[in-house]
Design a protein around this ligand. Structure first.
Ligand code: DMJ
Length: 449
């Protein structure tokens, strides 16, 4: 599947950001500020670990010869960080090839002006040419998004580590400080924060979109520090406790889910994005202390089961973008606008963690169901495509092969069926785009003090 996805991207869209597999051309989009080759950079480490040697060399050659960082467009700080910086760092750590390191550092420098705000909380959009930055037009009152400024920590610590320049680590440690200072309603972290005042702008809390990877990076910061960053661990433990108290619910049919919270009112909806949380909670449970460990493993298994149900209850056996638990509905989309599937990884990501941490064979069975469903519904003549409605058996394709399909979905599927020592969870943490970064067994303290 990876070879097919890569070969078609290479044939029809090399140098563009994504492949359009129906029209057999490339897509550029507006997330990466003039940067190109998102699929190349996202695919590098997956090609490498799958031992697709020739394909990896093709991707590397593109980075060496054609990856231009002197661009001048408006980029998402978050997306550039998780896909490009994360992808380059992982490729460097896996292969030791200098080109990946130097490109990661050069790109990292270009992101620094986004932190020039009164609080040091970066804005979401940055011009890679001028360094000017601003908030997303859709974000309330010029706010920054929790999942965006909260998903820089892993990559930025590695940038400091590799460059010897503490500035990257300082920027993300300052974000921590601001978050620790501000009062949390019921212990929860709302999704919108003002980069000017450092206060919350709106009380919307979600473990899905806008919040998700902030929580992921807390527990992974601790793991990546070889369990020395106890501040991150405490923030994670406290946040998860508040989430469990206020957001975790059980449906009439016995399915555990994580609702969204709007100023105290619950929205009984779970996004596909929120399905990463089964894996995250299991990863954290390992280190939760004896009496909490089983409790969190059970919670992780229940959430992963609910996400599996969202797939099992559809006609294509792929899950919708969001599913609900209201008016008699259980784990199904109720709105037309939420029925699509864009090759997202979060459900197989949780299967991979649950498999590695429990070895319950059902997770491999569930992963295999996804493989079959992707082959049946998403494979088209020239690549893989998202679909517009998971409840329709003759799928309507969206003509987009997302770069995260190669970075994450296929990588997590591969790891689900590998031996546990392939990118062992003891030695690697995956950034939120599934790019493996090494656990720092030696000198983490130096880079954050
Ligand atoms: C990816 O880019 C990352 O996993 C991110 O954290 C959330 N969205 C996509 C995949 O769905």
């Amino acid at each position: 599947m990876m070879k097919f996805a890569w070969d078609n991207y290479k044939q029809y869209a090399l140098g563009k950001n994504e492949l359009r597999p129906l029209t057999k051309n490339g897509h550029i989009g507006n997330m990466f500020g003039g940067l190109r080759g998102a699929t190349v950079v996202d695919a590098l480490d997956t090609l490498y670990i799958m031992e697709l040697e020739e394909e990896f060399q093709e991707a590397k050659k593109w980075v060496e010869k054609s990856f231009d960082l002197n661009v001048n467009g408006e980029a998402s700080l978050f997306e550039v960080n998780i896909r490009y910086i994360g992808g380059l760092l992982a490729a460097y750590y896996l292969t030791g090839e200098e080109v990946f390191k130097s490109k990661a550092l050069e790109l990292g420098e270009k992101l620094l002006p986004a932190f020039n705000t009164p609080t040091g909380i970066p804005r979401g959009v940055i011009s890679l040419g001028s360094g000017m930055s601003w908030s997303w037009g859709w974000a309330s009152a010029g706010s920054s998004i929790l999942a965006e400024f909260g998903t820089l920590h892993l990559e930025f610590l590695h940038l400091s580590e590799l460059s010897g320049n503490p500035v990257f680590a300082e920027k993300v440690m300052n974000i921590r400080k601001v978050l620790n200072r501000v009062e949390k309603p019921q212990g929860l972290y709302p999704n919108f924060l003002s980069p000017v005042t450092g206060n919350w702008v709106q009380h919307h809390v979600s473990i899905g979109g806008l919040g998700d990877s902030f929580y992921e990076y807390l527990i992974k910061s601790w793991l990546m520090s070889d369990k020395k960053d106890s501040e991150a661990k405490k923030m994670y433990d406290d946040a998860l406790e508040a989430i469990e108290k206020h957001l975790v619910k059980k449906s009439a049919g016995g399915l555990t889910y994580i609702a969204e919270w709007r100023g105290g009112i619950l929205d009984h909806k779970m996004g596909h994005l929120a399905c990463f949380s089964g894996g995250m909670i299991a990863l954290g449970a390992e280190h939760a202390g004896e009496e909490r460990k089983q409790h969190y493993m059970d919670l992780a298994a229940e959430i992963t089961n609910t996400c599996h149900e969202s797939y099992a209850r559809s006609d294509t056996k792929l899950g919708p973008e969001a599913f609900r638990f209201d008016a008699g509905t259980e784990a199904m989309a109720t709105r037309l606008s939420e029925r699509y599937y864009i090759l997202r990884p979060e459900v197989v990501e949780s299967y991979m963690y649950m498999w590695r941490l429990t070895h319950d064979p059902k997770y491999r069975q569930w992963g295999w169901e996804v493989v079959k469903a992707l082959e049946k519904n998403c494979r088209v003549e020239a690549g893989f495509s998202g679909i517009r409605d998971v409840y329709v058996t003759t799928p309507m394709h969206d003509n987009m092969q997302q770069s995260f399909f190669l970075a994450e979905t296929l990588k997590y599927l591969y790891l689900l069926f590998c031996e546990d020592d392939v990118l062992s969870l003891d030695d690697w943490v995956f950034n939120t785009e599934a790019h493996p970064l090494p656990v720092n067994h030696t000198n983490f303290k130096a880079s954050v003090q």
